[in-house]
Write a protein that binds this ligand. Structure first.
Ligand code: ADP
Ligand code: MG
Length: 263
């Protein structure tokens, strides 16, 4: 449907701050996300990831600074109109149980905008059988429900996708499969994607660029290889240490078995 289209927009954060009373959820963040790139935003719980993400589609308006999507300040856009152009996927997507998959996918759309309401191509994109359109959410697995959530986010043909721990509640295999499938979709449709995750391994494996947040600030910003191979801020190193130790331990176990087999 949108294959071969031009790439999604760039996103610029310009001194973005969000205070909740005395709490500074986001503290003076400035950065540019290139059009068509896949950026992961990683950090511990409470570091400000979701708040920063929500400033893009105006679920949160900054206390200071501004956000620009494709050079245009979002502050000047009507929030509902803006959100129709930006896909948003979050954990436990919350499908309406009394509606069919088709109705759930089209819920944010004005029907005339989506080819008379045909969701077949959207289901193809997220690799669900077309006959799922008539099912109720109760008849879906967690992974299938999140795929419906991705289809719903894509229904408005957005160039930009915001994803907040989209696969966080899924079992590891389903999560890995969906992450890979989404990355392929991102490339195929030429999207710009910002994905929040607390999982550094997921960020390193999927993204072009990894941003680490701590205390409302970006404390590290690098492509995956540099994130791993160059010295980063302590908060980032602490997050990287987890998958690194796991990988080393697995290699060690594998070698032990090989040595055992050789003797
Ligand atoms: P993360 O997504 O990284 O877990 P959040 O962006 O949700 O972090 O939250 C960052 C900080 O802002 C936390 O201290 C959180 O308690 C606070 N916060 C977030 N949303 C609100 C809100 N609506 N009202 C008050 N405090 C909030
Ligand atoms: Mg969050």
């Amino acid at each position: 449907m949108r294959e071969g289209r031009t790439t999604g927009p760039s996103v610029r954060f310009d001194g973005v701050t969000k205070n909740y009373g005395a709490v500074s959820a986001v503290d003076d963040v400035s950065l540019t996300i290139d059009a068509g790139s896949f950026v992961a935003l990683v950090g511990q719980s409470g570091s400000g990831k979701s708040t920063l993400l929500k400033t893009v589609n105006r679920l949160v308006d900054p206390t200071g600074g501004q956000v620009l999507v494709g050079e245009e300040p979002v502050a000047g856009r009507e929030p509902y109109a803006l959100r129709r152009t930006i896909g948003y996927v979050f954990q436990n997507i919350g499908l309406f149980p009394h509606m069919t998959v088709r109705e759930n996918i089209l819920i944010g759309q004005r029907i005339e905008g989506t080819r008379g309401g045909d969701v077949g191509e959207l289901l193809d994109l997220v690799e669900l059988p077309r006959d799922f359109a008539g099912r109720r959410p109760a008849a879906l697995s967690g992974g299938q429900a999140q795929r419906v959530g991705v289809a719903r986010a894509l229904a408005g043909e957005p160039g930009l996708m915001l994803m907040d721990e989209p696969f966080g509640a899924l079992d590891p295999v389903t999560r890995d499969n969906l992450g890979e499938a989404y990355r392929a979709l991102h490339d195929r449709l030429g999207l710009t994607t910002i994905m929040v995750t607390h999982d550094m391994a997921e960020a390193l494996l999927l993204a072009d660029r990894v941003l680490v947040m701590s205390g409302g600030r970006i404390v590290a910003d690098a492509p995956p290889a540099a994130m791993l191979n160059e010295r980063q801020a302590d908060e980032a190193e602490a997050l990287i240490a987890v998958p690194r130790a796991q990988a080393e331990r697995l290699v060690e176990l594998e070698q032990r078995r090989e040595n055992g087999a050789a003797s």
